[in-house]
Design a protein around this ligand. Sequence first.
Ligand SMILES: *Cc1c(COP(=O)(O)O)cnc(C)c1O
Length: 363
Amino acid sequence: MTSDRAASGIVQPRDDIALMSGYHSPQLDVTVRLNTNESPLPPPEAFTEAVANAARSVTWNRYPDRRATELRSRIAARHGVEPDRVFAANGSNEVLQCLLLAYGGAGRCAATFEPTYALHSHLARVTGTAVVEGERREDFTIDGDAALALISSARPSVTFLCSPNNPSGTVEPPSVVASLLDAVGSTSGLLCVDEAYAEFSPRSALELIDDSTPLAVTRTYSKTWAMAGARLGYLIGPRWLVAELEKVALPYHLDALKQAVGIAALEFVDDMQSRVGAIVAERTRLTDRLGGLPVDVWPSGANFVLFRPRGRDGAEVWQQLVDRSVLVRNCASWPRLDGCLRVTIGTPAEDDRFLDALEEILT
Ligand SMILES: *Cc1c(COP(=O)(O)O)cnc(C)c1O
């Protein structure tokens, strides 16, 4: 590598970055887009109005409130915690990146339980953090004993638990969260529970947060708040952890309008809850109908469902859906997800388009 670099004469990235392929989520021009777990419906009209008003009152010539004081106190109030337990950033992905900038890095490692959200290991590697991969069982649940063994031998600085898990939809029982917390506690590590889909799910680890517990929970505006376009996410955790994250975030990383947008959204909790309720009901309907088709399907606590066409090539089925203008996530060639596809819950009309197309392809 070194001699190639010298020979080519042009600057090269770090060797580990050069070997990476980046994170891809391909978009295609189709009628029914059920591939990136977005909300099928936008936030209400009144929210757009509130944003327009907020834009008019931004002091554009000044830097924004660096600490995002009001946004953080509103988020804190929503979750019944103090504002200094909240860290917000440009999407929960940036929250995770800050976490790894502060707690990962050279000579440290992060643990994941595969298959899971690809950004956890990707961001670890980008920040120079080694990755140790724990396994899940065939049904995508986590084996508590195996997880404990992994944590005590690898002693990761950060252990990621995605619950509900993307892409399987699995919701972890409190017992798994509790034993992972014990394990990271006795190895001076940190447990980060990624709850991007929390509102669709029956459980959360939020109530376990306090200053003496090495636990952080991340949330996003992208899914439940129907605001993937806004790029806003946050973490709830102990004060000492939030203080470290503030050191690694760029100064003024949250622009003034975004802070206002995040505050405005919280005025529309009822709309959010009714959207979430409708999606959860739709998830039940879609899962039931999938149950009548020749596919394996896993129970989901999120706004998507993982399924595997039986006796058929997953990638081929994915292409046949695309041919019918329906785009789902093609996980067929991902490690441990052989032949699987993931469908985001859409509107009833979109879900019918998907189900009818799938039925036609498979029967
Ligand atoms: C969608 C998703 C996110 C959201 O990331 P943002 O940067 O907030 O859009 C985070 N974690 C998981 C597991 C996700 O699926």
